[in-house]
Design a protein around this ligand. Sequence first.
Ligand code: DC
Length: 228
Amino acid sequence: MEVRERGPIVAVDGPAGAGKSTVARKMAQRLGFLYLDSGAMYRALALKALQHGIDLRDELALAELLASSEITLLGNGQHEPAVWLDGEDVTALLRTPEVNASVSLVAGFRMVREEMVRRQRRLACGGWVVMDGRDIGTYVLPCADLKFYLTASLEARARRRLNDLIAQGFHPELNVLGEEIRNRDVLDASREVGPLRQAEDAIVIDTTDMEVDRVVDMMVENFRQRVS
Ligand code: DC
């Protein structure tokens, strides 16, 4: 019998708007695992940089800012996941148009990514986690027991972002959002460090025409068959 030294790890990757955070959170809830949103960590740093007027092209300044920042992800499945930055709940501030527009830049720097990856590995090292992001299955946690790669059409992804923003009181245009997502895909996939890539051993799910719960059912089913 195989003896595991840590609990299971599930990695969920894919482009912006593919539905990763929604399904990863629900999957974690169903399994009773911790949900870790790695994108929220990059968003928290982008938010702090904007608040402090840091030049978003200055890698060293961003790395120094991160070194002095405490980012805490709370997501034990019982409550809505929350993100705390230096002791303050910033969850509601992380998905604004300003942060959306800045985060890819911040996430593109090697020094920033190295420290984020260190922190992400530390958070996941005991297992019993579902972590979502862009490079989780390929780079952050290649040892994950189960990997998913979620995709969806550009239009479906733009519509989801639109609904998110409308719920927050913003009224962006669908085609502008589509363009932003397309640009972000290019940045995320073409950067040198931690690019968005599908792991060879990932299970690919196209969520374009799928209800959230159907996607989660499929993922949990896969988990039960392959891991538990
Ligand atoms: O998943 P999200 O939209 O919240 O991610 C925000 C940004 O952070 C996005 O531009 C991609 C980047 N990101 C990353 O580079 N690596 C990760 N593991 C997670 C997110």
